[in-house]
Design a protein around this ligand. Structure first.
Ligand SMILES: *[C@@H]1O[C@H](CO)[C@@H](O)[C@H](O)[C@H]1NC(C)=O
Ligand SMILES: *[C@@H]1O[C@H](CO)[C@@H](O)[C@H](O)[C@H]1NC(C)=O
Length: 260
């Protein structure tokens, strides 16, 4: 018992600069990024926020509802800082190299499937006001934000999008957003620099339920129509798992929310 306690203390001292999950051990903040959320979230004891992020990005932790409260600042700094952008660039660069290596048929049937939210459009202006995923999801407020049509592009994904078009690959946006959001979604995509596409696929009322089922079905329909999905990119595992996932998948970082 004592040995264990000592080991724990050593670990704390060795990592005191890092963000810890666990109330009692949290050092006094020098400066708050924003007031901490008062409700929601949950605590995961004994693991670092960096370890938690790695676990959610690799789909080892699943079905999580909110960012652990004690990781709110960590996730906020990650999302607003350099690392998120650098992580995104590594993914986009790998995708660009892969796409350039493809031998395309040139019949207009080679497509790249992109998810929308947190893949090509960023809702960071919204999440920065709502705890970076530490607050429980509020569909009313989220819908109000979406309806503004002001989501900025993820610059790394926009660069990849342009590269794909230049290679002759057509783009399909496949999003869990509802069909009623088509007009504002298309307007937002255009304003963010995504000017052209083969299709924008949104969710019909009869397609409620798990995103992984909806997206698999829609990709199957695309393939039934003769399209070849050469690449598939999303921030959620439900974008890139399931069936008809495409020749290669790419996972964009997103430690703010989980969609099954
Ligand atoms: C996550 O949720 C899905 C859908 O509800 C379920 O099929 C799956 O077993 C859950 N996975 C875990 C690890 O809880
Ligand atoms: C969502 O936010 C609105 C506005 O702040 C609030 O009135 C409503 O109760 C919230 N809904 C949920 C489910 O928390």
């Amino acid at each position: 018992m004592e040995a264990l306690a000592l080991l724990f203390l050593t670990t704390i001292l060795a990592t005191s600069h890092a963000s810890h999950v666990g109330e009692a051990l949290k050092p006094l903040p020098i400066h708050l990024l924003r007031p901490l959320t008062g409700s929601g979230g949950h605590h995961v004891h004994g693991i670092l926020c960096t370890s938690w992020r790695l676990a959610v990005e690799t789909n080892n932790i699943r079905n999580w509802t909110t960012v652990p409260l004690s990781c709110e600042k960590y996730v906020g700094h990650y999302m607003l800082g350099d690392l998120y952008r650098k992580d995104s660039k590594v993914v986009a660069d790998a995708a660009a190299i892969y796409a350039a290596s493809l031998k395309l048929k040139g019949d207009g049937k080679d497509i790249w499937v992109f998810d929308v939210d947190e893949t090509v459009l960023s809702n960071l202006p919204y999440f920065a006001k709502h705890g970076f995923g530490a607050e429980p999801f509020n569909s009313t407020l989220s819908n109000e934000w979406v309806d503004l049509g002001k989501a900025p592009p993820l610059p790394e994904s926009l660069k990849l999008y342009k590269k794909l078009l230049s290679l002759g690959i057509k783009v399909v946006f496949l999003t869990g957003r509802r069909e009623v959001k088509r007009k504002i979604t298309e307007k937002n995509l255009k304003n963010a620099g995504f000017h052209t596409w083969e299709k924008v696929i949104l969710r019909l009322p009869e397609e409620e339920g798990a995103a992984i089922v909806f997206k698999s079905n829609r990709r199957r329909i695309l393939e039934d129509k003769g399209y070849r999905i050469v690449g598939n990119m999303g921030d959620q595992w439900s974008d890139i798992l399931g069936t008809n996932v495409g020749q290669r998948t790419f996972k964009v970082p997103d430690p703010m929310y989980y969609i099954s």
